[in-house]
Design a protein around this ligand. Structure first.
Ligand code: ATP
Ligand code: ZN
Length: 282
């Protein structure tokens, strides 16, 4: 049995459960108890506060955990990042009142900075040779400068709109974070379960990063078209009932879809269909 800790309720909960579900693992979570066993895979889910996850994995209460890299680094436990999960993306940044003149990180010398991430901030300041006072608070960090508790803040930013509405501007990014799977050394039995889980998670994640594309093209353009879309091995080309036309199928990286579609269109492709891929095993 492999014990997996995920956030009980918060920004990472839904995406964590979704990933497990897409890996075909059924966990009854109707009442969201503290612990739940999967019915068709040898895992047990532990629902915890995100801040407690690194310690639980470190102490062996859980074998692996899904947690923000920011939380992992702040707690400082010596865990391995087994897998980057691709969700919960955010950054930890320094922000100062909008009207301040800012040139570089030296601005923070002698300043008071409010944060709930004192460890990551201290590491960043030390690395940059800055001496500042860190004022640790647990919530509403963004209002600290407005109420005069601090000269600057160090906090999680995703869109930046919270900063703007508090009259702040982001001046330094100290950490780019996303949800990660953390773990420690496991025994052979648990390791085998983890490998099986990772195999499935990779299939889901690869599927998410790619799209299945189908299109019709005049046979004479097929060569040029297949040069634009490489596909997993090479694209599938099948003749259509209509003479002189083919159907081309391929797998394309999500991030380049529009660029490639523009090229395909220019080469005479018609009836272009782009479809999501649920799982992808190479
Ligand atoms: P808990 O009750 O479990 O302690 P929390 O309030 O500390 O929850 P959440 O706000 O749910 O935590 O955030 C969980 C994680 O989501 C963060 O640690 C961070 O890694 C990530 N995250 C992504 N985007 C954001 C964002 N805009 N604001 C805060 N956290 C974010
Ligand atoms: Zn928390």
């Amino acid at each position: 049995m492999l014990k997996i800790a995920i956030q009980k309720s918060g920004r990472l909960s839904e995406k964590s459960l979704e990933l497990i579900a897409e890996a075909g693992i059924k966990v009854a979570n109707s009442e969201r108890k503290l612990v739940a066993q999967a019915s068709n895979f040898p895992i047990e889910m532990l629902y915890l506060r995100d801040d407690d996850i690194p310690q639980c994995v470190n102490d062996g209460v859980a074998d692996v955990g899904f947690v923000g890299e920011n939380v992992l680094l702040e707690t400082g436990y010596p865990l391995d990042i087994v897998e980057r999960l691709g969700f919960g993306k955010c950054r930890l940044s320094l922000a100062i009142p909008k009207a301040e003149n800012y040139e570089n990180v030296k601005w923070f010398n002698g300043k008071k900075i409010a944060t709930s991430y004192p460890k990551i901030l201290q590491d960043y300041l030390t690395k940059n040779g800055v001496k500042a006072e860190i004022h640790q608070i647990s919530g509403s960090v963004e209002i600290s400068t407005g109420v005069g508790i601090a000269d600057a803040i160090f906090d999680i930013v995703s869109s930046g709109s919270t900063l703007i509405s508090n009259g702040l501007k982001e001046v330094e990014v100290a950490l780019q974070s996303e949800a990660v799977m953390v773990g420690k050394k496991l025994n052979a039995e648990k390791k085998a379960i983890l490998e099986k889980l990772l195999f499935r998670l990779h299939a889901v994640q690869k599927g998410r990063k790619n799209k299945y594309v189908m299109l019709n093209a005049p046979t004479e353009s097929v060569e040029k078209i297949t040069a634009v879309i490489p596909g997993m091995k090479s694209p599938t080309v099948v003749p259509l009932a209509q003479k002189g036309w083919c159907s081309v199928h391929s797998v394309l990286p999500e991030g380049q879809i529009w660029e490639i579609i523009d090229q395909l269109h220019a080469l005479g492709a018609e009836g272009i269909l782009v479809m999501p891929i649920e799982k992808m095993i190479l």
